[in-house]
Design a protein around this ligand. Structure first.
Ligand code: ADP
Ligand code: ADP
Length: 234
């Protein structure tokens, strides 16, 4: 079954130089339990696609479903509830440098109103899962890039999302660290059952982790299939 369904989705931006079509009549299902890679050059529309899925942008045309909810039809309060079911990780990690590792992971739980004892338990469990329990009281600038992204992953998982969106999440990391983070994302998928969409411009990332791949070019999905089929096509 599809966890995310985009139907005929177009997103246009008005700029001083005219209208830019960032996403152009895209149909795409993200299946429950899969790791879907989305690859394309800079400007292909990948980040816009992500922002449409987590309702940070509204489509100019078409519909976006997450689970049974059609995002454009929901009041803002319900949109925020859907967004809590979606975890995000980023190229630059987006951690709060003034908060400890534990504080970063606890933050979305605080926002969700989870009380102290349960919060502490969940933060400890998440840090254990990503292998950083001993860093709970460190600050982000005391960590390596790979460790920072593991904190980002723990924070993204804090509210028990169904879906994790990774936007160029390994693009700032060296190859060895990239492999570690991708292995962790694979565990997130296989052990926790979380559906993942990985946005990247790097073919190796898709090869390492994705079940299926969508190739974006100029706002369109020009190829969609298993990684094997798409990448070994002549
Ligand atoms: P990618 O993530 O693949 O690099 P983006 O989704 O960031 O692609 O961008 C797709 C196209 O939409 C590009 O031409 C970009 O310049 C344009 N674009 C993205 N966001 C905006 C915006 N907020 N305003 C105007 N144009 C935008
Ligand atoms: P901040 O000052 O940024 O809020 P803290 O280090 O005070 O960061 O911790 C914030 C939250 O993180 C605490 O309320 C608690 O829920 C959680 N926390 C702190 N230390 C730990 C720890 N060792 N294990 C699990 N959770 C912790």
């Amino acid at each position: 079954a599809a966890l995310v369904r985009l139907q005929n989705v177009t997103k246009q931006y008005r700029t001083p130089n005219g209208t830019v079509t960032a996403v152009d009549a895209v149909d795409l299902d993200v299946e429950q339990g899969e790791i879907l890679g989305v690859i394309g050059y800079s400007g292909a529309g990948k980040s816009t696609l992500v922002r449409l899925i987590n309702a940070l942008e509204k489509p100019t045309d078409g519909t976006v479903h997450v689970g049974n909810d059609e995002l454009t039809a929901l009041p803002e309060r319900r949109v925020r509830a859907v967004r809590r079911e979606i975890g995000m990780i980023f190229q630059q990690f987006n951690l709060f440098n003034s908060r400890t590792v534990a504080g970063n992971v606890a933050y979305p739980l605080k926002l969700a109103g989870v009380g102290q004892p349960e919060r502490d338990q969940r933060v400890a469990r998440l840090l254990d899962f990503v292998g950083l329990l001993e860093k709970a009281h460190s600050f982000p600038d005391q960590l390596s890039g790979g460790q920072k992204q593991r904190v980002g992953i723990a924070r993204a998982l804090a509210t028990d999302p169904k879906l994790l969106l990774a936007d160029e999440a390994t693009s700032a990391l060296d190859p060895e660290t990239t492999a570690d983070v991708l292995a962790l994302l694979k565990r997130v998928n296989r052990e926790l059952g979380i559906t993942i969409v990985v946005i990247t411009h790097e073919m190796d990332v898709i090869r390492t982790i994705a079940d299926r791949v969508a190739v974006m070019d100029n706002g369109r999905i020009v190829e969609l299939g298993s990684v094997y089929d798409v990448f070994s096509a002549p």
